[in-house]
Design a protein around this ligand. Structure first.
Ligand SMILES: [Zn+2]
Length: 144
């Protein structure tokens, strides 16, 4: 087990070779986040799950469209095209809605909630890792 001090000494020489490196802020800069490590970890976990579900949804819809193209009898008429596109649009909206709901469930399960208003903190295009502000009540979740 390497002690923190030894690790620090092995890290600093590389940093000091860069003209503008500031070893004191190294941890924060590396994480690129103002959140404490446990919250940042939760945020990254939720983001990973969110992105995988989104990719899964897109792949599923793509497969559905592909199967439709193979199965539906030709020549296609207007009604046939609606048969393809209405379910795709509906499933896409439903799927995205469910994924956003699951983001909130995961936020609560991982304790990624606002200490002031208890709102789930994860937002797909949120900037909480930069601002540290709750997206709902706008209070800082970092300061205590
Ligand atoms: Zn809040």
């Amino acid at each position: 087990m390497v002690s923190p001090r030894v690790r620090e000494q092995s890290v600093h020489p590389r940093l000091q070779s860069g003209a503008r490196a500031r070893p004191l802020s190294f941890t924060v800069r590396r994480m690129g986040s103002v959140l404490p490590p446990n919250l940042e970890q939760a945020r990254l976990t939720i983001a990973r799950v969110h992105n995988r579900l989104m990719i899964g949804l897109l792949l599923g819809l793509f497969v559905y469209a592909f199967v439709c193209v193979l199965v539906l009898p030709r020549p296609w008429k207007g009604a046939t095209l609606w048969l393809i596109f209405i379910p795709i649009a509906a499933l896409e909206f439903y799927g995205i809605f469910k994924i956003f709901e699951f983001d909130k469930v995961l936020s609560r399960r991982l304790g990624f909630v606002c200490p002031h208003c208890q709102a789930p903190l994860y937002e797909p295009r949120g900037f909480i890792n930069v601002t540290g502000l709750c997206p709902k009540c706008r209070k800082s979740v970092v300061s205590r």
